[in-house]
Design a binder for this molecule. Structure first.
Ligand code: ATP
Ligand code: MG
Length: 559
C-alpha cells in the first residue's frame, strides 16, 4: 500500500515561500537545512514538527538536511539519547545520509573564533560571579552596567582565556563574554557569555576540554561551517537572532546562514518540555521514555502510531509565526486516518462473558471466513473458529436493557460477526447475583450472517471461540494529564491517576498471537491496538493506540 502522505500536494507556507524565492533569485544553488537536537532527552512530537519541516524542505527542493547534535553541555548529555534520536529520526522516515555532525566536532574552530573576537577587541574575560553578572544585567526597562573587567587588554584577555582552557581555574571562576552593548534593548546583546569553565567529561571529546561554548556561540557558527542556507528554529530564538547575526558579522565564517523562526507545537493534555519529560521518567510516573503515554516518538511507536500519521499531522497543522495549541483530537484523527486504511481487522474480546450455544453439537467446531479488511478485498480473508462455547463482550449484554440498547438481552436475537444469529435463552448467575454465562441458541440457516427469510437483527457483535482464543493483557491509555493546559511548573498536580487501565484475561482470536509489534491492528468495534514490545516470552500484551470514535470530526463539523 502506498504511504498515504506521498500523494499529498506540496505544502505551502511562509518558510517554503522564502526558500522558493531564494532559489529563484539565485541566492543559493541548493538548499541545506539541519535538525539540531541537544542529546539531553528523547525526541517528542514537537521535534517531529521540526524534523518534518527541515528534512521535508530539503526533499522538496532537492537539497539536503543535516542531523547535528547540539552537544555543548556535557553535564546533561548521554549516549543513550544520541542513539534514541538517530533511531527516532529514521523511524519517522528521514535520512541524513553521510551528513551526521556534532557541535563538538567544531570545538577547536569555535575556540579559534573566540580568540579572534578577543584579538579584535570584541570579547573579554570576566571574573564576576554569576550573581554579580546577574545584578549588572539590568532589566527589560533598565540598561545593564558594564563589568569592571570589560576593559582588559587584549594580551591579558588572551592569557586568561588560554589559562581557562588549560584548566587553571575552577568551575565558575571566569567566563568569556562578547563585548557588545550593556545598554542594548535586547538583553541577549548585553555582553552574552561565550565560554564557561566546566570540568566535566564529554561523551565525544572526553576530557579534552574544560571550557564549553554557549548555545548561542556554537549554534550559528556550526550552521555557517556546514553551509546551512536556512536555519529554522522555534520562536523563542527570535530575540537571539540579532546575536546570531552579530557573530556572523564579526567572524570570518565560510557562509552566511539565515535564521527563520516558526511557532513551536503545543498540544492539549500534553507537556512538550524535555525537562518535564525527564522528570516523569526519573520520578517513575511513567514506565520509561517509551511508555506509550509519553508524547515521545519512542512512546508513540510503542503505542502503534504509524510514522505516516505523524507526518500527515505535521502537514495538517501547517506552519505559523504565532504560538498556539493544537487539539490532541486532531492528532488522533491523523492516526485513525492512516490506520483505518492500513490496519487489518481482528476480533478481540476485552471483557469476556461466556456464551454457550445449547443447540450446537458438543465437541464439534467449524471454520468461517472473515475479511481482513472490509474496504480492501486484496488483503484477503482468514478462517475463524466457531463452536459451542464462545466469548462476547460483557458490555454487549444487558439483562434489563433500556430502550436504545439494541445488543443482546434475554429473548433477543443478534448477529455474531461472520457467524450466525443467536438468541439469548437463559442468564446464569453466581451466588452474588453477577451474570457469569449466557445460554443461547443459534440458527444454523444464518451461517455467514444472513437469514434466508430476510429477518433483521439490530446488532452485530464481535466474539471469539473459547476453543482456540488466546489470552492476553490489554492496556488502555488515557491522557497523562487531566487538564487541557497542564501546568509545566507544577505538573504533578495535573497528572491523571487513570492514565493507564490494565485489562487481564482478554480473549483474542488466535491470529493475534502472531501480531507484529509496531504494526497496529483494528480490534473490531474497539479501536486500534498494537502488540507491546516489552512483554516476556509467551505473554501477549497489546496497547491501545487509539479508540475508534472520532470526537474530532464531531467538533470540526459543529464548529
Ligand atoms: P526543550 O525546550 O523541551 O528542552 P528544546 O527545544 O530545547 O526542547 P532541542 O533538542 O534543542 O530541544 O530541539 C531541537 C529542535 O527542535 C530545535 O530546533 C527546536 O526549536 C525544535 N523543537 C523543540 N521543541 C519543539 C516544538 N514543541 N515544536 C516545534 N519544534 C520544536
Ligand atoms: Mg534547545
Amino acid at each position: 500500500m502506498a504511504e498515504a502522505d506521498t500523494l499529498a500536494p506540496e505544502a505551502r507556507d511562509f518558510i517554503r515561500d522564502i526558500v522558493r524565492d531564494d532559489l529563484a533569485a539565485g541566492r543559493h544553488k541548493s538548499i541545506v537545512t539541519r535538525f539540531p537536537p541537544e542529546p539531553n532527552g528523547y525526541l517528542h512530537i514537537g521535534h517531529a514538527k521540526s524534523i518534518c519541516l527541515n528534512f521535508g524542505i530539503a526533499q522538496e527542493f532537492g537539497g539536503r538536511c543535516h542531523l547535528r547534535f547540539d552537544d555543548t553541555n556535557p553535564v546533561k548529555e548521554e549516549q543513550e539519547y544520541i542513539d534514541a534520536i538517530e533511531r527516532d529520526v529514521r523511524w519517522l522516515g528521514f535520512d541524513w545520509g553521510r551528513h551526521l555532525y556534532h557541535a563538538s566536532d567544531y570545538f577547536e574552530q569555535l575556540y579559534d573564533w573566540a580568540e579572534h573576537l578577543i584579538r579584535t577587541g570584541k570579547a573579554y574575560v570576566d571574573d564576576q560571579s554569576q550573581e554579580e553578572m546577574r545584578a549588572r544585567r539590568g532589566t527589560l526597562t533598565e540598561p545593564g552596567r558594564n563589568s569592571p573587567f570589560r576593559d582588559r587588554s587584549v594580551e591579558e584577555n588572551l592569557d586568561l582565556f588560554r589559562r581557562m582552557r588549560a584548566g587553571e581555574f575552577p568551575n565558575g571562576a571566569r567566563v568569556l563574554r562578547a563585548k557588545i552593548d550593556m545598554a542594548s534593548g535586547n538583553i541577549n546583546l548585553r555582553d552574552p557569555v561565550l565560554y564557561r569553565i566546566l570540568h566535566a567529561s564529554h561523551p565525544r571529546t572526553g576530557d579534552a576540554w574544560c571550557i564549553y561554548p554557549s548555545y548561542d556561540f556554537a549554534h550559528g557558527q556550526s550552521d555557517a561551517i556546514e553551509h546551512i542556507t536556512h536555519s529554522l528554529c522555534t520562536l523563542e530564538f527570535e530575540d537571539h537572532r540579532p546575536l546570531y547575526d552579530w557573530f556572523l558579522d564579526n567572524l570570518p565564517v565560510p557562509s552566511r546562514p539565515r535564521q527563520i523562526e516558526f511557532a513551536r507545537l503545543n498540544l492539549t493534555y500534553t507537556i512538550l518540555s524535555k525537562r518535564v519529560l525527564t522528570q516523569l521518567v526519573r520520578d517513575g510516573h511513567v514506565d520509561g521514555w517509551d511508555d506509550p503515554r509519553m508524547p515521545t516518538l519512542a512512546g508513540l511507536r510503542r503505542r502503534g502510531v504509524p510514522p505516516a500519521a505523524l507526518r500527515n499531522f505535521v502537514r495538517m497543522i501547517g506552519l505559523a509565526k504565532a504560538n498556539s495549541t493544537v487539539d490532541v483530537g486532531m492528532f488522533e484523527h491523523a492516526i485513525r486516518d492512516v490506520l483505518n486504511a492500513q490496519a487489518v481487522r481482528r476480533m478481540a474480546v476485552l471483557r469476556p462473558l461466556k456464551v454457550t450455544i445449547e443447540n450446537y453439537p458438543e465437541g464439534e467446531t467449524e471454520e468461517l471466513d472473515a475479511l481482513n479488511h472490509p474496504d480492501n478485498p486484496a488483503s484477503g480473508t482468514r478462517r475463524i473458529r466457531f463452536g459451542r462455547e464462545l466469548f462476547i463482550e460483557r458490555d454487549d449484554f444487558m439483562e434489563n436493557p433500556p430502550k436504545k440498547f439494541f445488543r443482546l438481552a434475554p429473548g433477543r436475537e443478534v448477529r455474531l460477526r461472520y457467524g450466525y444469529f443467536i438468541t439469548c435463552r437463559e442468564v446464569v448467575k453466581d451466588a452474588a447475583g453477577a451474570v457469569v454465562e449466557l445460554r443461547c441458541t443459534y440458527d444454523p440457516a444464518t451461517r455467514g450472517g444472513n437469514a434466508p427469510d430476510d429477518r433483521k437483527v439490530k446488532a452485530t457483535l464481535h466474539w471469539v471461540a473459547a476453543a482456540n482464543a488466546v489470552k492476553a493483557e490489554v492496556r488502555l491509555y488515557n491522557p497523562l494529564f487531566t487538564r487541557p493546559d497542564p501546568d509545566a511548573a507544577n505538573f504533578a498536580a495535573d497528572l491523571n491517576p487513570d492514565s493507564l487501565e490494565v485489562l487481564r484475561g482478554c480473549r483474542l482470536e488466535p491470529a493475534l498471537a502472531q501480531a507484529e509489534p509496531g504494526i497496529a491492528v483494528q480490534f473490531e468495534r474497539q479501536g486500534y491496538f498494537c502488540r507491546d514490545t516489552s512483554a516476556p516470552d509467551g505473554h501477549l500484551v497489546f496497547n491501545r493506540t487509539v479508540g475508534l470514535r472520532d470526537t474530532w470530526a464531531k467538533v470540526a463539523a459543529s464548529g
